[in-house]
Design a protein around this ligand. Structure first.
Ligand SMILES: Cc1cc2nc3c(=O)[nH]c(=O)nc-3n(C[C@H](O)[C@H](O)[C@H](O)COP(=O)(O)O)c2cc1C
Length: 211
């Protein structure tokens, strides 16, 4: 039975473009896999804790020698890593906050990246397809003045591919602030087109997945 791991990380629910597009991906995946299971984590509403000293050291401490704090921290990492490993496909909704991903998504990444298991020479989830919906208020497209400030897709491409060994694909709705920021009023049409394209891409990519 196929499993989709669905993560959202926008601080907003109403009006969140990354949530709307990741939901479209999920709906198309479920239509293709009515018998499938969706594991959902809202990392903004229910954040996973930052990786701390207990969680780091626990992974390198033999089971019988772990403190209660280490054991508890490792149990959470185990749960999150297992969700990653059991997924046949993953969709991640992320806003751009201050040029990069929200700290809630970074916290999840820090928890699941473990050298020798999910990362390293043979990452345990290698080859799993992950679609990232990366919404942003402006544009960081090739040639845009802000292109060098883009640390969402550039970072996630490196970490999801280079560390976790996942097969990464991006959907990037742009200019989402055009409707509310007067200085961006000239980009309202581009924003609408970008979102429509993102919704179409999400459905198409989900339907194209083998599992
Ligand atoms: C705290 C914060 C920081 C933001 N930083 C940026 C930024 O650096 N660049 C940008 O283009 N948009 C920025 N935005 C706008 C969001 O990227 C935009 O609203 C996007 O659509 C958020 O995703 P969502 O619609 O899924 O909530 C920021 C928004 C917030 C709330």
């Amino acid at each position: 039975m196929p499993t989709l791991l669905h993560l959202d990380s926008s601080a907003f629910t109403d009006g969140s473009v990354s949530r709307e597009v990741s939901a479209a991906f999920r709906a198309a995946w479920q239509a293709r896999h009515p018998e499938g299971t969706v594991v959902y984590r809202d990392l903004a509403a229910r954040p996973v804790p930052h990786l701390d000293a207990h969680g780091i050291s626990a992974a390198f401490t033999p089971a019988g020698q772990q403190s209660p704090e280490q054991a508890a921290a490792l149990a959470l990492r185990e749960e999150l890593m297992t969700e990653l490993e059991q997924a046949d496909a993953i969709v991640i909704g992320t806003p751009m906050y201050n040029f990069t991903i929200p700290s809630s998504l970074k916290a999840w990444l820090d928890q699941v990246i473990l050298m020798g298991r999910t990362a390293g020479e043979s990452p345990s989830a290698a080859g799993t397809p992950v679609t990232v919906v990366a919404a942003r208020g402006g544009s960081y497209a090739p040639g845009a003045p802000r292109e060098p400030f883009e640390f969402v897709t550039t970072y996630l491409e490196k970490v999801l591919t280079g560390m976790l060994g996942l097969e990464v694909d991006f959907i990037v709705p742009e200019f989402t602030l055009a409707a509310t920021v007067p200085a961006m009023a000239g980009f309202v049409q581009q924003a609408a087109e970008s979102k429509a394209q993102a919704l179409e891409d999400a459905a198409r990519k989900a339907e194209a997945l083998a599992a």
